[in-house]
Write a new protein. Sequence first.
Length: 411
Amino acid sequence: MKTIGILVGGGPAPGINGVIGAAATVALRGGARVLGCLSGFKWLMAGDTDHVRELTLDDVETVHLRGGSILHSARANPTKNPDDLARVVQSLETLGVDALITIGGDDTAFSAKSVSDAAGGRLQVVHVPKTIDNDLPLPAGIPTFGYETAREHAAVVVENLIEDCRTTHRWFFVVLMGRKSGALALGAAKAAGAPIAIIPEEFPEGPIRLDDVVRTVEGAVVKRLAQGREDGVVVIAEGIAERLDPTDLEMLRDVARDEHGHIRLADVPLGRVVRGAVSDTLAARGVKIATGEKDVGYELRCGKPTAFDRDYTRDLGAGAAQAVLDGTRDVLITRQAERIVPVPFSELMDAETGRTRVRDVDVESDWYRRARALQLRVEPGDLDDATRLETIAQAARLSPGDARTRYAPIG
């Protein structure tokens, strides 16, 4: 009897249980035994084989309807220490696991590949891509599971804040999750109709200067003021903080990092920093706006998945289990044009870093260009038109020349 292990790594995303349930169902019906490894690699890399649960068909019958993860999750990183990798392999062998299905983002995908390499062919490994950030290297137009549910919930929050700001004549600065990719921030802002969304990809490569972010947001505020509106919502991708020049934000030098070496973005008050800088800069020129701020992220990760993500994750889970039963190994499971397509681990790796590639928002794509076209920003045409420039300059309490310089496009 084949024994298949399933584990979840990284942060939660709506639909995890759909993958677990469908994978377990197909595997069990195919004659396999299924073990759920609790809390990702955490216990396995400690040599602990007690934190597992055997899954039955009754256990997983309706789990796809639930948020969260019945197997929990953890950011434990077995790739930092060769001994940890060896203990993961040994723990799985002790449990009699022949194949491992991992569910997670880019870090978990790299861990899955590393475990497979360490096992030297003794273990089948199949990975299912999971992240609300939508930043795994899937083909264009194919989302990672959990993204659409998170975007739906985020769009509702932004939509409600837009109405609140319209009612109370204020601006809100909303920070949305997205370490490397601004897809969630841009997608939610576009769906809700926010006046502006700021994402890392729109800036040139290298460190992002805080003043460039501030000038971009301030331009939207004064252009709105020039149109007679004192309200709006700016959506900011949290990944901006990871690329900010440390000389612009002292706290970045000492901020804590997680097990994979990433800055703990939840510890960086990006919304408060940008809000304060925009408000102070305008107030210094006698332009006063009422403002508020909100971080939106953790409340998106464990919500009940939408019908799209339920359907999607059950396909992915069933596809992962079938791939294992068919003897496939070292692949990422994708759904393309209603077909399950395994992608070899080798195609996911960045040749320069040796780690999993990350998918950024393509600023040359029609999707991004349409989103930008719907936003309210100071555009080159505003600066080239004397009448429009004068109106914006008056709202900003700047001379036309200073306004042209201050709100010139970045990059």
